[in-house]
Every structure is written in C-alpha cells, then in structure tokens.
Design a protein around this ligand. Structure first.
Ligand SMILES: Nc1ncnc2c1ncn2[C@@H]1O[C@H](COP(=O)(O)OP(=O)(O)OP(=O)(O)O)[C@@H](O)[C@H]1O
Ligand SMILES: [Mg+2]
Length: 321
C-alpha cells in the first residue's frame, strides 16, 4: 500500500514571549499507509493535538512550523488558505474532544450539517440536502435520526453530540479521519460505543484512521500500530499489543500507569519525576530524567531512532521485550 501521509522532520514551536518558545513537536517523522489505523498516544501536553492540526495547517498565529507534511504526495505546508479548503474536510475529516464546544449552540443539527454540504459541495436542493444529512446520521448509528436532525446541541447527550460531530466530519467524504481524544468527555460505556462506531466506519468507508488519545488501552481497542509521543518527540512507533511489545521504557511505563479496566487493577504506578519543560530543545534523551534504565549517556546525548523487532525506538538501550 502507498503512503497517504508522509511527515518528514516536522517541528512546531509556539512563541510565548519575545525570547521564549514552546517546542511542541521536534523532528517528527511519520508515514501512514492508505487504510491504516494508527493511534498517537502520550501524556497531556506532549504535542498530540499540535500534530493533528498541523496535518491541516490549522495552527494558531504564534506557531512556527518547519519540515514537510505530504498528503497524497502534495505538500500541505506550501498551500494557501484557498487550497487548504480542499484538504480540510474533503481529504481529512477531524473530530475533537469536546463535541459540545465544537457544535454551535444556536444552530440546529440540520443547519450545521447542511451548511457544510451546501457551501462545500455546492448543493442547494433542500430535499437532497436533507436526504444526505439524515443518511449521515443513520450511518453514525443514530436511530431516531429525524428527531436528532431537528434538535439543537444542548438537547442531545454527549454521546449523541459526538456521533453528530463524526457525521459532520464524514460529510465531505474524507479519505482520512483524525479523531483527537474523541471519547475523553464521555462515560466508559459510551466510549466503547464510539470506538465500535469508528471500527465500523473505517471498514465501510476504507478510511485511514488516526486516533489521538492519552489512553493506551483505548488505543489498543482500535489500532494495531501505536505511535508513542513523549515531550514532542516520537519515542516508539510500531506493533504494540501488550507491555512485552514495548521496546521504549516510556511505552513500558505507560502500560504500568494506566489501569486496565478488564483486569480490575485498582492500584497503579505513576511515572516518577516531572514531565520535562517544553521550553527546552533537548540535547539529551527527553525521558532520561524519569527513566528507570537511564545511564550517563542518556542524560548527555540524543539517541537515534533504531529498529527493534517490528518497532522503531528512540532509545540508546531499548528493551528486548
Ligand atoms: N497556542 C499555543 N501557545 C502556546 N503554547 C501552546 C499552544 N498550544 C499548545 N501549546 C503548548 O504546546 C504543547 C503541546 O500542546 P498540545 O495541545 O499539542 O498537547 P496534547 O498532547 O494535545 O495535550 P492534551 O492531552 O492536554 O490535549 C503544550 O506544552 C502546550 O501547553
Ligand atoms: Mg490535545
């Protein structure tokens, strides 16, 4: 399969004062094949959302971006706003964490779905628009689609709102779906339903799916390939099903800190030490301050990415598994 996404040496900084920057992403290299389902996993503040919005070049004013992001061989970072409109929504659909915040409270679901299709697909026939809209709601598993269609966001539960957001993300038939923490604000049962829905949609529409989450177990529910980010860097990328597939000490630590609901583990460890200062551009291994295996070399130099088994790992002393 060909690569649909090719990210090369991507760096994103946020200027926060005249002499201070947050180094949110550092030399990200990531290729994703058409039809692949990939999870991007990491703690809060590690740069996951920055990576998501970089793919559609939707960064805030204070951001600087370097490197290359190719979608279907076209360089995204060279595109102007008009050209980006063809990428946003049409090539890449996006779902965000808070459906309540993404939906506009003063417009009905009908208006919000139809507005996108009307402007972008230049369809104006009311019956055609309604038909497309209702079918989208059915496709995302909404049973009473007629009621939901006429409702306003506040009249719907969080789960229904997120389904509507997925319907909107799919309304221009994108090839790629990026879901940034799509279930974080939902309770566990609804979380599972949304993951099931993403599984179904991925198959039905042959979507390339990127799930962004801080929850490794959730990632394992949907994805085979896991990309682990730590402090703006990819530290491991590959096939990870359990702790024994983890070759980077941080990935292993993630398995230990997140309780597995199925195993009913109540007590779990925390990773000792503090998340590094993102205002620093590291000269050493960013995880060395918290790593139980770190040696002098880790605290002084940057490790290269090496291949270990089926994975790529940024570590001087990768775990054998
Ligand atoms: N507009 C901005 N200006 C300055 N700093 C920012 C901006 N947006 C994000 N950051 C910083 O960049 C870093 C990466 O943020 P990002 O939102 O990409 O992380 P994340 O992994 O998505 O976190 P979370 O899990 O909390 O959503 C963080 O240190 C964050 O504080
Ligand atoms: Mg985020």
């Amino acid at each position: 399969m060909r690569n649909i996404i090719e990210i090369k040496d991507l760096c994103v900084n946020y200027k926060i004062s005249s002499n201070e920057k947050i180094y949110a992403l550092k030399n990200i290299n990531l290729n994703i094949k058409k039809g692949e389902t990939v999870a991007v996993v990491g703690e809060s503040g590690c740069g996951k959302s920055t990576l998501a919005v970089s793919m559609i070049k939707l960064l805030p004013e204070n951001a600087e971006i370097f490197g290359s992001i190719k979608i279907d061989n076209e360089e995204i970072l060279d595109k102007n706003n008009q050209q980006l409109l063809d990428i946003r929504g049409k090539k890449i659909g996006m779902i965000f964490q808070e459906p309540g915040a993404s939906l506009n409270p003063v417009f009905s679901i009908k208006e919000q779905i139809e507005e996108t299709i009307k402007i972008r697909e230049k369809i104006s026939n009311k019956d055609v628009l309604k038909n497309i809209g209702l079918n989208l709601l059915k496709e995302v598993g909404i049973k009473d689609e007629k009621r939901v269609y006429e409702s306003y966001p506040h009249q719907l539960s969080g789960g229904l709102q997120q389904r509507v957001m997925i319907a909107i993300a799919l309304s221009l038939s994108p090839e790629i779906l990026v879901a940034d923490e799509p279930t974080t604000s939902l309770d566990v049962t609804v979380q599972a339903q949304i993951i099931e829905l993403l599984k179904k949609l991925k198959i039905k529409r042959n979507l390339t799916t990127i799930l962004i989450t801080h929850d490794l177990h959730l990632a394992l529910e949907l994805c085979e390939r896991i990309v682990v980010i730590y402090a703006g860097e990819i530290v491991e990328d590959g096939f990870i099903r359990s702790a024994k597939d983890a070759h980077h000490p941080y990935t292993k630590a993630l398995f230990e800190i997140i309780p597995d609901i199925k195993k009913k583990i109540k007590k779990f460890k925390v990773i000792k030490g503090e998340f590094p200062d993102m205002k620093e551009n590291f000269k050493n291994c960013s995880f060395s301050g918290r790593c139980e295996f770190s040696k002098a070399k880790c605290r002084r130099y940057q490790p290269e990415v090496v291949r270990v088994g089926k994975n790529y790992v940024k570590c001087f002393y990768p775990l054998k598994g």
